[in-house]
Design a protein around this ligand. Sequence first.
Ligand code: IPE
Ligand code: IPE
Ligand code: MG
Length: 242
Amino acid sequence: MHGSNFNDMENGIRHVAVIMDGNGRWATSRGLERIEGHYRGVEAVRHAINAALKAGIEYLTIYAFSKENWGRRKDEVNGLMELFCKTISLEVPSLIEKGVRVRFLCDRVGLSEDVVGSLDYCESKTGHCERMTLLVALNYGARDEIVSAVKAIAAKAAGGEVSPSDIDEKMLESCLYTAAIPDPDLIIRTSGEQRLSNFLLWQAAYSEFYFTPVLWPDFTEESFREALCEFGRRKRRFGKTE
Ligand code: IPE
Ligand code: IPE
Ligand code: MG
């Protein structure tokens, strides 16, 4: 079931963003290495994509690796990079079949050539797909994204291309990774944590938040639908009165 009727039911939702958290706890509670939890998390990403497609969501954003995640143990970081390299390329045929275009919200500086190669490959191979856009935040930090945007505008101002008085929200937005993408209507975070962890700070200004104790590897299509149902009950006012 997807399309406009479902969308109406869901409060006109276009963009859902997910902070996929709890892979490590899922693994350690089973006596497994943390990396096993990340591998299991890939299955949950497939569930989220399928559920989003069925709901007619236009943009699904997933938080895969933060700038701060470099501070984890080397074996976990290396394992994650290997996982990204492997799965991103492997998923391409199935993403194309589903009509999912992939884009990375990503600082490519600091990533290995292998990882950058797989991101570029995935973006170019799925570029023509139109049913849904999957945005993957990888080596992403929202503060860093905003600082980069400010730097780009400052360079233009220094070069006389823009005048400081012309700088507005639209201009800043056009310099973010998410330029031209609508703000997330709903941000889901799994694993019981209730924070943003440097995710989409600018874009989340009027997002609805949904926190669930479910650990990411246990997140199913049904879990996604529950989040959408809860969203459908929210009253969004954007500062106005009803
Ligand atoms: C989220 O799961 C995935 C990444 C941050 C890469 P975690 O690895 O943060 O899992 P927990 O929070 O330690 O359980
Ligand atoms: C946020 O999860 C980053 C991703 C999901 C990729 P973390 O597990 O890194 O966040 P904190 O450390 O609990 O805030
Ligand atoms: Mg975590």
